[in-house]
Design a protein around this ligand. Structure first.
Ligand code: GCV
Length: 683
């Protein structure tokens, strides 16, 4: 299989394997994934002159990757052997007496250990290294593709896709470029992803058939992902018994419907024995669900869970359920409340193999939202937190917007305050799900720098406490430095230092920069309806979608307090129910999410709301201009075509940021009549 040309190697350029490929490696253990480990090392050795064996022999080794059950040569792994089980995916890494050792209980651990050694580069073979134990914090690190098989008349091949077509499907059929899928699987395994859903959660007519007569198309993908330890999941249509099975009903309590799902699921597992399970968007934005039969979401989810249980499969049941036909005149309905109102009362009613998949914020992947109160409300339910790697509301992969700092804040949020568990602990052992940002673009992600978001998603899902800045540097080093210089110690040269500094400075704070020039103080939206790119302050204000800012001549923001508003603050446990309720205590960055305030309201920062809007919008747009300047200066440091692609995108980002600045500032100046304290130009 050859990888279609040209596809960017992302964080796995062949140079990243130089340190391993130039050495003597022993791989001990059987199984498909141990074979993958061997093949990866063998490929690197073919390029860099090293050797790899699968039986010990008597020669010395620089690197040993072995299952704990294997007969490891005397002296190599003795002291490294772990006392306790490493689990399905864990490994121990050490360097003793000139040999770097990775031990794992299962082949998947060997694969993750190998990629750890890749990340370390020459560092893996330098000083002695005491044994470190590594285990993923989450059980499933999953990407959901919103890819359609047919080109959807409005949403296209990939819903909210900003990187071209789908890597899986094209014009109603499998794309058939399995080499590209394999390259993708490899990238995902290298950052820790172990599950993937291969079609859109909005399951249209053609896509529904992937469950039955087109299951072979899914099996072909599963075959490619399997050697990299990634299980395939499928989004299914809740009404499948009707639309595929010709049944009169999809009622979850109907015996015939239960039998239909059991039979279909049996066939799925006959075809794909390690199939992961179903993803379901039900009773949401027009998708069918149990409400049609007077049943609730627990009834619906348990139906599918029952069918999957004999095979160890799971249902990811999405909590993104709200009324998208709201009357904008009705100020008591609050979209932010919806997930909690629907699901919290059902806590304890879901089967063990149901995973409730909750968007990280209560509304919809805005650049700033509080953490969803659902994560603290369902102690008896397995939860997955859903992040959006695809940048629907954060620049659509035309803007540089490194999202890991936002995700880190989400994962570090403590719903019960200091001393209580954080979100990372709440999903610990559970799942983190990201909506993929990948397409058939030669750089995978449209914006080459958006690759960092995909990488960071995987790394944070594995270890939610990693520092986003450190992940960024890791990504820069793997992706650019070794490839740019061929230098075994990339940080040593001045040019590589400059390259790293440039990228780090451009990207590290880019999410906050994006936040500065778009919707202010957590109020959200203000985007163009439909495609969601660029500013349109009132675009959604008088629509049924429930995403309002309520700006008038006196003030702006959504009153979600218990005292005078929608009561949403009451969905949080203390202290946040009190902090968010209180105008005095509410954090500035979320003020307009929780409160409607006059333009003259003074923030904790000392600025008024209106002056804050002006200041952040001028500053945000200026920062983007500065980013473009830095990028232009760095021209000689990057591959020219990559540099040119990013430069063109930065031109667009500057244009769009200025558009945001001018529309937001003009809008609020005209509403409030308050001039900018610094007399800057507001059109
Ligand atoms: C897949 C948002 C997006 C929709 C998406 C939906 C969801 O509303 O705009 O395109 O649909 O979220 O998460 O289901």
């Amino acid at each position: 299989m050859t990888i279609p040309d040209p596809v960017h190697p992302a964080w796995l350029p062949s140079e990243a394997f130089r340190a391993i490929g130039a050495r003597r490696t022993l791989v001990l253990g059987d199984g498909l994934l141990a074979g993958t480990v061997h093949d990866e090392v063998a490929q690197a050795c073919a390029r860099y002159g090293g050797r790899v064996r699968r039986d010990a022999g008597s020669e010395p080794y620089d690197l040993v990757l072995a299952l704990t059950t294997a007969e490891v040569p005397p002296g190599v792994a003795g002291e490294v052997r772990p006392d306790s089980a490493l689990g399905d995916e864990g490994y121990v890494l050490a360097r003793r007496d000139g040999t770097t050792v990775v031990l794992a209980d299962e082949p998947a651990g060997l694969l993750y250990g190998l990629f750890h050694v890749v990340r370390l580069g020459e560092g893996a073979f330098a000083a002695e290294r005491p044994a470190e134990h590594h285990r993923p914090a989450t059980r499933r690190r999953m990407l959901d593709h919103w890819d359609n098989v047919d080109v959807h008349p409005v949403m296209g091949q990939v819903e909210r896709g900003y990187a071209g077509g789908s890597v899986f499907w094209r014009d109603g059929a499998p794309r058939g470029e399995l080499a590209r899928v394999r390259a993708y699987a490899r990238l995902l395994a290298a950052c820790g992803v172990n599950a993937i859903s291969v079609n859109n959660v909005n399951v249209h007519a053609t896509e529904a058939h992937l469950l039955t007569d087109r299951l072979g198309d899914v099996a072909a993908l599963a075959d490619v992902f399997r050697p990299y330890g990634i299980r395939v999941h499928l989004s299914v249509n809740f009404a499948s018994p009707v639309v595929l099975g010709g049944r009169p009903t999809a009622d979850p309590l109907d015996e015939d419907v239960r039998t239909w799902w059991a039979d279909v699921t049996e066939r799925v597992y006959e075809t794909i024995p390690d199939f992961g399970g179903y993803v379901v968007k039900a009773d949401s934005e027009g998708q069918p669900g149990p409400f049609a039969y007077g049943r609730d979401h627990a009834d619906g989810a348990n139906l599918l869970a029952e069918a999957l249980a004999p095979y160890g499969g799971v249902v990811h049941w999405r909590a993104f359920v709200y009324n998208h036909r709201q009357d904008w005149r009705d100020r008591s309905t609050d979209r932010a409340r919806a997930a909690y109102d629907h699901f919290a009362p059902l806590d304890g009613r879901f089967r063990d193999n149901v995973i409730l998949q909750v968007k990280h914020g209560p509304v919809d992947f805005q650049a700033r939202e509080p953490v969803s109160p659902v994560v603290a409300a369902m102690p008896a339910t397995r939860l997955a937190v859903e992040l959006q790697v695809t940048q629907e509301y954060t620049g659509q992969q035309r803007h540089v917007c490194y999202l890991a700092p936002m995700w880190r804040e989400v994962l570090g949020f403590r719903p019960w305050g200091d001393g209580g568990a954080d979100v990372a602990e709440l999903v610990g052992g559970g799942d983190l799900v990201g909506v993929s940002n990948v397409g058939d673009d030669p750089y995978w992600t449209g914006h080459p720098l958006a690759q960092a978001n995909l990488y960071a998603f995987g790394r944070l899902a594995w270890e939610p406490r990693l520092d986003p800045a450190a992940i960024l540097d890791e990504w820069i080093d793997l992706t650019f430095l070794q490839a740019a210089t061929g230098d075994a110690e990339p940080a040593a040269s001045g040019a590589t230092d400059r390259l790293r500094r440039t990228l780090h400075e451009i990207m590290d704070d880019s999410w906050r920069t994006y936040e500065r020039y778009t919707a202010p103080l957590g109020v959200g939206f203000m985007v163009r309806p439909g495609h969601h790119y660029g500013p349109d302050v009132d675009g959604y204000e008088y629509t049924p979608w429930g995403t309002y800012h309520f700006a008038d001549r006196d003030g702006v923001g959504v009153d979600r307090t218990r005292a005078t508003g929608t009561g949403f603050t009451g969905q949080y446990p203390p202290p946040w129910s009190e902090v968010y309720e209180s105008l005095a205590d509410c954090p500035d960055e979320l003020l307009l999410f929780f409160h409607h305030v006059p333009y003259g309201h003074v923030l904790h920062s000392g600025s008024t709301v209106i002056q804050h809007i002006y200041d952040t919008h001028f500053a945000g747009a200026e920062q983007v201009t500065e980013t473009r300047r830095r990028w232009q200066e760095a021209a000689g440091l990057f591959d020219p075509s990559l540099h040119a692609r990013v430069k063109a995108l930065l031109d667009e980002q500057v244009r769009c940021a200025e558009e945001w600045r001018d529309q937001i500032n003009a809008y609020f100046f005209r509403k409030s009549g308050v001039p900018d304290a610094h007399g800057r130009c507001i059109p």
